[in-house]
Design a binder for this molecule. Structure first.
Ligand code: SAM
Length: 248
C-alpha cells in the first residue's frame, strides 16, 4: 500500500500535488477508487480512496483512520559525524527505516568531508529528500528532520536530550547495554541523543565536550565498526532493548 505525506491538516478530503501527484498518476497509474495511505501534517495516518486524479492533483476521500502508530516510543536523534560520499545518504536512509526521529550531520575534527555554507545547505536539502523517501517506503508516521550541519558544540546545545550516548571506539568500561539499563531505570530512555563518529573517529576534545554535556561514552563491542555501521547497530540494539522492534 503506497503512503504519501500531505502538508495539510487532516480533513474529509486531502489533496496531493507536485511530484507525488505525478508519481501516482503517471508512474503508479492509479485511478479513481484506488486506495492509498496518507499522513497529514497533524500526524494522522489514514487509508482513503482516490476521488479525483490528474498529473497535477490527486484528491483522496472516504478515510479509515490507521490507529496503530508506526513510530517507536523511544525518540532517537542520531548525531552522525560527517562521513565520506554516499555513506551519509546510506546512513540517513537506514536510520529513517529503523525509526530515527531526527538526524544531525556533525562536522567533526576527524571528518574527511568539509561542508560549509551553500554546499552544506545543498547537501542537507538532498539528505532531507532521502529521509522523506525512506519515510514513505518504511511507512513512518513522520518525516524525520535532517538538521543543518553543526559542530559538536552546536549539536549538543541544539539537542539537549534526556539521555546522551556517545559511541566511543576506545571505550572499554561501559557497554551500551549498561548505559541503556541506567537510562531505563531513571526513566530517561524516551528521548535519546546517539553520537557516532566519522571514519577518523572521535577526538579527545570532542569526547570531553560530549561528556561535559552529560553524554555517556559506550563501547559497541571489541570490533571497530565502520562509521556507516555503528549508528545502525546501536539503534537496532536500542530499539530491541526497548521493545520497539516488536515485543511479541
Ligand atoms: N578511526 C577509529 C579507529 O580506527 O579506531 C574508528 C572510527 S569508527 C570507523 C567510526 C565511529 O563508529 C567511531 O567514532 C564510533 O563512534 C563508532 N564505533 C565504531 N566501532 C565502535 C566500537 N567498537 N565501540 C564504540 N563505538 C564504535
Amino acid at each position: 500500500m503506497h503512503r504519501f505525506f500531505v502538508p495539510q491538516l487532516f480533513g474529509d478530503e486531502m489533496t496531493i500535488t507536485g511530484v507525488d501527484a505525478k508519481h501516482i498518476s503517471k508512474v503508479l497509474r492509479m485511478t479513481i477508487g484506488d486506495e492509498l495511505q496518507i499522513v497529514s501534517d497533524d500526524g494522522i495516518s489514514a487509508l482513503g480512496k482516490i476521488s479525483f486524479i490528474d498529473a497535477e492533483c490527486v484528491k483522496v476521500r472516504d478515510f479509515e483512520i490507521i490507529a496503530e502508530s508506526h513510530e517507536p516510543r523511544v525518540k532517537i536523534t542520531l548525531a552522525q559525524g560527517l562521513a565520506k560520499g554516499e555513506k551519509m545518504e546510506f546512513i540517513i536512509q537506514k536510520a529513517v527505516e529503523l525509526g530515527a526521529t531526527s538526524v544531525v550531520p556533525v562536522a567533526m575534527e576527524h571528518s574527511v568531508v568539509r561542508l560549509d555554507g551553500p554546499k552544506a545547505d545543498k547537501k542537507v536539502e538532498r539528505w532531507q529528500k532521502i529521509a522523506e523517501s525512506a519515510a514513505k517506503q518504511s511507512k513512518r508516521d513522520i518525516i524525520p528532520e535532517v538538521q543543518s550541519v553543526m559542530s559538536v558544540k552546536e549539536m549538543l546545545a541544539a539537542n539537549d536530550c534526556a539521555t546522551k550516548i556517545i559511541a566511543y571506539e576506545c571505550e572499554d568500561q561501559t557497554s551500551l547495554k549498561s548505559a541503556l539499563k541506567n537510562a531505563i531505570e531513571q526513566d530517561k530512555i524516551n528521548d535519546l541523543l546517539l553520537i557516532i563518529g566519522p571514519e577518523g573517529g572521535i577526538s579527545e576534545s570532542e569526547l570531553e565536550l560530549a561528556r561535559s554535556a552529560g553524554a555517556v561514552p559506550v563501547s559497541l563491542g571489541r570490533r571497530i565498526l565502520r562509521a556507516e555501521t555503528a549508528g545502525l547497530v546501536a539503534m537496532s540494539a536500542i530499539f530491541y532493548e526497548t521493545g520497539d522492534l516488536g515485543e511479541y
